[in-house]
Each structure stands twice: as C-alpha cells, then as structure tokens.
Design a binder for this molecule. Structure first.
Ligand code: NAD
Length: 244
C-alpha cells in the first residue's frame, strides 16, 4: 500500500529535471500523477512511464490553468496535491534587464504559482483538503548577482506561500515552500563542478531525487506544517566553511 493511494497529484514542469523526479516519486507511492508542461513529447513520455496523464500547460496562462484543472477533474474527480515546480532562470545584471525578460521570469515563476494555487483551491476544498508545494529556491532566502528577476520571483513565491497558507488553512489545505540550492538538472547543466559548492558544509551539487524525497515527505507526512520554508541546499545558506 502506498502513502498516496487514491490521491491525484499535478506536477508542473514535470517533463524533465526535478519535476520528473517529483512526478515519479509521487506515482511510486500510489498517486495518479498529472505531468503538466510545455514540452509535450518529454512530458507525455514521463506520464506514460508512471501510468499518469499528460497535460499541456503554460503556467503563466490563466486559460491554460482552467482548461487543465477541468480536464483533470473530469478524468479523476479532484486534485489533492499540486507541486508548483515549473520555473525558468535568466542571467542578466539588474541595470540591463529588459522589462520583457523581467515579465517573463515573474510571469512563469511567480504569477504561475499564484494561478496554480487559485486554480486548484476550489477542487481541493470540495475534496476535503489538499497540499500545495511551491518550489522556490535559496534565491528566495538570499540574493544572487545577475539574477534580480529570478530572486524577486522566488522571494515572491516564499511570501505568497505564507499568505495562501493563511487563506486556505481552514479548508484543510496546507501550502509550503521548498528552497533548493544547486541541483543537478538541465537548468544547471555545465555548473556541476564550477567550484561554487566547495565552501558548503556538504560540498557537492544536490541530486533531483533528494528534492523529490523532501516533496514526498511534505505531501504525505508533514501534517503539522504549513506556510513555512523547507531548505535543501547542502548548507549553502548557513554560511561558508573557511579554510585557515
Ligand atoms: P529545468 O529547466 O530542468 O525544468 C523546468 C521545467 O519547467 C521544464 O520541464 C520546463 O519545460 C518547464 N517549464 C518552463 N516554463 C514553463 C511554463 N511556462 N509552463 C509550464 N512548464 C514550464 O529546471 P529544474 O532545475 O528542474 O527546476 C525546477 C524548479 O526548481 C524551478 O522552479 C527552479 O527555479 C527551481 N530550482 C532549481 C534549482 C537548480 O539548481 N536546478 C535550484 C533552486 C530552485
């Protein structure tokens, strides 16, 4: 018997990277998983490998969200778990970041999370409750150079998580944020061994299955946690190990 038997989970950005690992671990515990992404071929492949469903979703599109939640509730009755995982990064200094680039990153990383929370809250309430996991970043705990839009979006996700947890708590819906440090995915390709992890207490890049295990814990077992941050970063935000 799985921890999530009978549950329906929607994972955004589930076609590859961390999202695919999150989709797989939730399915392995018995959930029916909807993999939602814009990479249709890769997303459909992940969905079929775990006996789930694929849905084309641009998380920054209000109409996409209502279509996908309608499709999922028609097929499976309700949504119990939402992992707002989809995200993009763009490296530009604040002084030269184009407004269009700012809006792209905020639109996907922050507005996309808001639209997702709003789209599932009624079906979760009807089902008697649910869990929403928002994938933020250590960039939602501190600043990084050349990443102003990304940092702003991830701090926004952290704040939105708290506000949503307050609004939805009485409907038995928990909302938490996850703050990974560097994790080995297509987003960090080429950055695995560039020295940026050397001063961490755990001096290596993280693996996507480590994040997926935390997401499973939050969804299945963290029954007294809502509105709060779960950091998974090898200790990067604690400080640096100095060599003397
Ligand atoms: P990734 O680039 O490997 O995967 C991101 C997924 O999101 C892709 O499948 C992509 O197609 C999808 N996506 C992008 N825009 C979308 C949109 N508009 N609608 C729907 N899907 C969309 O990235 P990842 O490393 O797996 O990142 C997953 C999440 O974790 C992101 O929110 C990212 O910001 C966050 N994160 C990543 C790291 C890291 O080091 N990899 C660290 C901290 C936080």
């Amino acid at each position: 018997m799985g921890k999530l038997d009978g549950k329906v989970a929607l994972v955004t950005g589930g076609a590859h990277g961390m999202g695919a690992f999150e989709a797989r671990i939730l399915a392995a515990e018995g959930a029916t998983v909807v993999v939602a992404d814009m990479l249709d071929d890769e997303g459909a492949e992940v969905a079929s490998s775990i006996g789930g469903m694929y849905a084309h979703l641009d998380v920054s599109s209000e109409s996409d969200w209502s279509r996908v939640v309608d499709e999922v509730t028609a097929a499976h009755g309700h949504v119990d778990i939402l992992v707002n995982n989809a995200g993009v990064v763009g490296f530009t200094p604040v002084a030269t970041t184009e407004l269009s680039e700012w809006n792209r990153v905020i639109g996907i990383n922050l507005t996309g999370v808001f639209l997702g929370i709003r789209a599932v809250s009624a079906t979760m309430k009807e089902a008697g409750g649910g869990v929403i996991v928002n994938i933020s970043s250590t960039a939602g705990m501190m600043g990084y150079s050349n990443l102003s839009a990304y940092v702003a979006s991830k701090w926004g996700v952290r704040g939105l998580t708290k506000a949503a947890a307050l609004d939805l708590g009485r409907d038995n819906i928990r909302v938490v944020s996850v703050h990974p440090g560097g994790i080995r995915t297509p987003m960090t390709a080429g950055m695995e061994d560039n020295g940026m992890y050397d001063a961490q207490p755990i001096p290596r890049i993280g693996e996507p299955d480590e994040v997926a295990k935390l997401v499973l814990y939050l969804v299945a077992d963290a029954t007294y946690s809502t509105g709060t941050e779960f950091v998974i970063d090898g200790g990067a935000t604690v400080g640096q190990v100095l060599t003397v």
